[in-house]
Design a protein around this ligand. Structure first.
Ligand code: ZN
Length: 444
């Protein structure tokens, strides 16, 4: 067992060195879509989305999105973020049994709504957006629905989706499938998120595209959808993911959602670990299949840190907590299986890589500024290990448990992280802040 895992570790290290430059651009958790509207999210709070989406085989989505929000400030304009490809046909303000047309201006990825002056002091709004949106070709069997509804950064809301499509297609969303209606021509799904979420992605696919595997682990549904009809791959992916899921549930705390869906998306160049919904580019499954890159435990760890506790979009400092937390949790999990030696070797590999490729170069910035670069992953994980050692493994685990318990369903900022760590261990909190805000490695 050990020999096998050592060989695997070596191959992974070799491969990692070779795909380093690739990984720099391939962000495993997507934080940053800096837009001119990023700051506008603070003026309204969206309570709920009820979205009717219809797909009619012409590669167009027909959408009616019913959005309920609360306006914190008076004034006549509201800015939403949208996808540039959306074509709006109608936007209505719904009031007791009547509705009025709202004027709007679409400017690339933003939509500006004009609230009539008679309503500018009102607080509660209910707006119905009607639009169409093209989706990518389904030639690979499936495609992602990314920015497919008017949204705001850093807004946590409930979602209900009513999806209708021809019988030969399927749609997948995070949350719970409440109802499924089938007739000879079409199929209709009703989905609801079991918890309010900051973002909602989806996948649309040909209905025969996937092989599915379902299992119940620690009382939660694990649902895996892979494109290849490859029993060996499914079996390995399932058992290894179940193992990591079990480990994190026991180590950090009960999984926040009722289900976790893994879904392969052929044209995706990365893995995106959204709350209860992990979208995996086929290329990553290929690496996994060839034992080149063991990414699933990292992405599953993000279900606790990044998608259980939320990362603020547009906040550069989010990266230096969530990526190293996920990566260090992956190492903790692997060490529980393959021994502490494995973890020490991986961390040593990271230190060596940092020293040879980044130390004293222009990339060697304090971690709070390194964003999604490779330095965040390698030096950040080294720093997490230092903090864990300073706390002692038992206290470190207690810290993760308490952090998750306290912040799940909410955003965690860098300063919250340091404050919370200092409460558990004041010395570690101070040292962590020092390590996150300076260049180089700490002197041994
Ligand atoms: Zn990640």
């Amino acid at each position: 067992m050990k020999v096998e895992s050592e060989v695997k570790a070596k191959r992974m290290l070799f491969f990692k060195t070779n795909i380093k430059s690739f990984l720099k651009v391939s962000t495993l958790l997507i934080f940053l879509f800096i837009s001119k509207a990023a700051g506008e999210g603070n003026t309204i709070k969206i309570n709920s989305y009820k979205i009717n989406v219809e797909f009619a085989e012409n590669n167009q989505l027909q959408v009616k999105a019913d959005v309920e929000f609360y306006k914190k400030q008076s004034g006549g304009k509201i800015l939403f973020l949208i996808d540039t490809s959306m074509t709006f046909t109608n936007i209505h303000l719904a009031e007791n049994r009547k509705s009025s047309i709202l004027q709007f201006v679409k400017n690339e990825d933003t939509l500006l709504l004009y609230i009539p002056s008679s309503k500018s002091n009102e607080k509660e709004f209910h707006v119905l957006f009607e639009y169409t949106m093209p989706i990518d070709s389904l030639s690979g069997g499936a495609t992602e629905m990314g920015y497919w509804y008017p949204y705001l950064f850093n807004n946590i809301s409930k979602f209900m989706i009513i999806a209708k499509m021809p019988y030969s297609y399927s749609m997948f969303f995070p949350g719970i499938l409440l109802k499924k209606y089938i007739n000879s021509k079409s199929i209709k799904y009703i989905w609801e998120t079991d918890k309010p979420l900051p973002r909602l992605f989806g996948v649309i696919a040909k209905s025969d595209a996937y092989t599915e595997s379902k299992s119940v682990i620690r009382g939660k549904m694990l649902d895996i959808y892979l494109l290849a009809k490859d029993r060996g791959l499914m079996h390995r992916f399932k058992s290894e993911s179940e193992k990591a899921f079990k480990f994190f549930s026991d180590y950090i705390g009960q999984y926040r959602y009722k289900s976790l869906t893994f879904i392969e998306v052929p044209d995706m160049k990365y893995v995106n670990s959204q709350p209860s919904f992990i979208m995996m580019g086929s290329i990553f499954l290929d690496y996994y299949k060839k034992n080149l890159y063991d990414w699933p435990p990292h992405e599953i760890a993000h279900q606790w840190f990044g998608s259980g506790i939320f990362a603020k979009q547009g906040d550069l400092r989010s990266w230096c907590m969530f990526e190293p937390l996920a990566e260090y949790s992956r190492l903790t999990f692997t060490a529980s299986d393959s021994g502490k030696v494995y973890m020490e070797k991986e961390i040593k590999g990271m230190i060596d890589e940092y020293k040879s490729d980044y130390e004293s170069t222009k990339y060697d910035k304090p971690l709070i500024e390194t964003g999604g670069s490779r330095v965040t992953y390698i030096k950040g994980t080294y720093v997490m290990n230092k903090i864990a050692e300073m706390c002692g493994q038992e206290k470190w685990q207690e810290f993760l448990e308490k952090l998750f318990d306290h912040f799940q369903g909410r955003f965690l900022t860098y300063s919250d992280f340091i404050k919370y760590l200092s409460k558990i261990n004041n010395k570690a909190g101070k040292a962590a802040n020092e390590m996150f805000t300076t260049t180089g490695l700490i002197k041994e």
